[in-house]
Design a protein around this ligand. Structure first.
Ligand code: MF3
Ligand code: CO
Ligand code: CO
Length: 281
C-alpha cells in the first residue's frame, strides 16, 4: 500500500528515544486544535442533513468546500499528494479514501465521510459513519462496533499508558464482535501538519510501544470490516476496498493527551456522533 502512511512492517524496537520524536504540545496548541476540531465536527454535522437516497457524493464535496470557504478554513485533502477532493466518502465495502464524485447513494448504504479542516494552521481530522435510510441489521451492527472500537481505543489514552494499549483495546473489542481490523492504515500524529509521527496502529499488545505523555496530539481512526481484514487498492490509486467485498466502517477523532486522560477535539457540537449512538457528555 503506497499510501499516505505505511504501517511499519516490523514493529519498532523498544527504543526509549522514539518517544522523544513524538511532539509535546502546550495550551496554545490545544486551543488551536479545539477550534480546528470543532469546525471539522460542525462541518460533519452539516453532512447529516444532506444524506439521502439518489444523492450524488459530489454534493458532500460541495458542502465541505462551501463550509470551509465560509469559515476561513481549508480542506487539507485538496491537492494532498495529488488527491483532488475536499473530503473522502467511502461507501459500503470501500474502506477509505473513496472519491466524492458523481456516484449516487442508494437506500440502505452506509458511508464514512472523512473531513480535515485547517484553521489558523491547525488540522482538525475526523470522520463518521452515515446511513441512507434503514440499512440491514448487520450493517448497523458494524457501524456500532466501529464506533465503540474507536471509543475504547480513545479511553485507553492517558499519561503513562503505552501506544500498544490503544491498538489492543480496538482489536480485542472488534474481534470479540467477530469483526476484523484493517492493518494497512492507521491513525497518526497531527497538529500543524496532516500526518505526523507516531503511527497509531489499530491492533497491538498491552504494555508495548512508546509511553503516552501529556501534550501528545494524534488521531484514533480504526477501520473495521464485517468480513476479512484484507484490502486492495482500486486502479484510481486511492480507493481502498475490502478484498471480499464485505462492509467496512470507520470513525475518527483528533485527540490530545491531558494530565489525567484525553480530550477529544472533534466531538459533534450537535450530538450527531453516529446514527443510533448516544454519547454521555
Ligand atoms: N483524512 C484521512 C486521514 O484520516 C486522510 C485522507 S488523505 C486523502 O488521515 F488524500 F486521501 F484525502
Ligand atoms: Co486521520
Ligand atoms: Co481523516
Amino acid at each position: 500500500m503506497d499510501n499516505y502512511i505505511a504501517v511499519p512492517v516490523a514493529p519498532p524496537a523498544k527504543d526509549a528515544r522514539r518517544t522523544e520524536s513524538i511532539k509535546l504540545y502546550g495550551p496554545d496548541a490545544f486551543e488551536g486544535m479545539r477550534r480546528a476540531g470543532r469546525l471539522t465536527a460542525t462541518c460533519l454535522d452539516g453532512v447529516a442533513e444532506l444524506i439521502r437516497a439518489d444523492m450524488p457524493l459530489s454534493e458532500i464535496n460541495a458542502h465541505v468546500l462551501d463550509f470551509a470557504a465560509a469559515h476561513d478554513a481549508k480542506p487539507a485533502t485538496l491537492g494532498y499528494k495529488g488527491y483532488s477532493y475536499a473530503c473522502c466518502t467511502s461507501v459500503n465495502h470501500v474502506v477509505c479514501h473513496g472519491f466524492p464524485n458523481e456516484k449516487k447513494l442508494r437506500e440502505g448504504d452506509i458511508l464514512n465521510v472523512d473531513v480535515t479542516l485547517i484553521v489558523d494552521g491547525w488540522y482538525g481530522d475526523s470522520s463518521r459513519m452515515y446511513t441512507v435510510g434503514k440499512p440491514k441489521r448487520a450493517a448497523e451492527r458494524l457501524v456500532q462496533v466501529a464506533h465503540e472500537a474507536m471509543m475504547r481505543g480513545i479511553r485507553a489514552v492517558r499519561p503513562g499508558a503505552r501506544l500498544g494499549d490503544i491498538g489492543h483495546a480496538i482489536q480485542s473489542y472488534a474481534q470479540s464482535h467477530r469483526c476484523s481490523v484493517v492493518r494497512d492504515f492507521c491513525g497518526h500524529g497531527i497538529g500543524q501538519v496532516f500526518h505526523d509521527s507516531p503511527n497509531i496502529l489499530n491492533f497491538g499488545r498491552n504494555g508495548t510501544g512508546p509511553e503516552l505523555r501529556e501534550g501528545m496530539i494524534f488521531t484514533v481512526e480504526p477501520m473495521i470490516n464485517l468480513g476479512r481484514a484484507d484490502v486492495k487498492m482500486l486502479a484510481d490509486g486511492w480507493t481502498a476496498v475490502t478484498r471480499d467485498r464485505s462492509l467496512s466502517a470507520q470513525f475518527e477523532h483528533s485527540i490530545g493527551v491531558t494530565g489525567d486522560g484525553f480530550e477529544i477535539f472533534t466531538l459533534s457540537p450537535g450530538g450527531l456522533h453516529s446514527p443510533g449512538i448516544e454519547l454521555a457528555a
